[in-house]
Design a protein around this ligand. Structure first.
Ligand SMILES: [Fe+2]
Length: 224
């Protein structure tokens, strides 16, 4: 992705968060020049990957296939400390997050306002393919059975619990959606299994200066 495209998505995302009355940590608005020299105090952010994250899943077409995320809290797999994570995400109309499951993470996906969030669901089989079996999920704690590949539509306030190895893809309808995620520890490097071979972390073409740092920028910017 071009840095200019990332900057524009974050600027637009910041306005959307404000419009929905959703406030981020103070450092979400720090300019890149605030970060050098912060390693002693801000090391947790780099260690557990808190902050801005954006992906086009390698599509080259962010509006059609992409996701803007902000991770507010997280822990590390297999270590003491936080066993939980929380994110806010912005999902555009017909902007797809492609089919994937998580090996270990159970997550609640919450529509926190805006349009509708539609999720298409399948069980996975032993070979990590799409199973044909009936999908049993809980929507706000209420059990619901779906055929393989069936959809759940979440209106603002509604949520779904996605268990490990349950395949899901999702997109927004009607208008942009503010989506919350409350989950077990999040490990985007090792725990995501995509059905297709997609890229989770885009290569960045630096065509202008960053507006905000991404999690993937921290090693370069957060210095002693
Ligand atoms: Fe997921």
């Amino acid at each position: 992705m071009k840095r200019s495209e990332i900057n524009q998505a974050i600027r637009s995302g910041e306005r959307f968060f404000v419009s929905r009355g959703f406030s981020l940590p103070a450092w979400a608005a720090w300019v890149p020049e605030r970060w050098p020299g912060m390693r002693a105090d801000a090391d947790e952010l780099d260690r557990v990957h808190l902050g801005w994250d954006i992906t086009d899943f390698g599509s080259g077409d962010y509006p059609r296939r992409g996701l803007l995320l902000f991770t507010m809290r997280n822990g590390l797999v297999g270590s003491k400390g936080k066993t939980y994570a929380e994110k806010a995400m912005i999902v555009g109309v017909d902007q797809e997050t492609p089919t994937h499951f998580h090996d270990a993470k159970m997550e609640d996906i919450i529509n926190r306002g805006g349009g509708e969030l539609v999720l298409q669901l399948w069980n996975s089989d032993a070979d990590a393919g799409l199973a044909k079996s009936t999908v049993e999920v809980r929507v706000d704690g209420i059990r619901r059975n779906l055929p393989a590949g069936g959809s759940v539509r979440l209106s603002p306030g509604e949520s779904i619990c996605l268990e490990p190895r349950l395949y899901h893809r999702f997109w927004g309808e009607r208008e942009r959606v503010l989506v919350g995620e409350v989950s077990m520890v999040n490990d985007d490097v090792g725990d995501n299994h995509f059905l297709e071979n997609v890229g989770r972390f885009p290569a960045i073409e630096e065509d202008e200066a960053p507006w905000r740092l991404l999690v993937s920028d921290y090693p370069q910017w957060i210095t002693d």
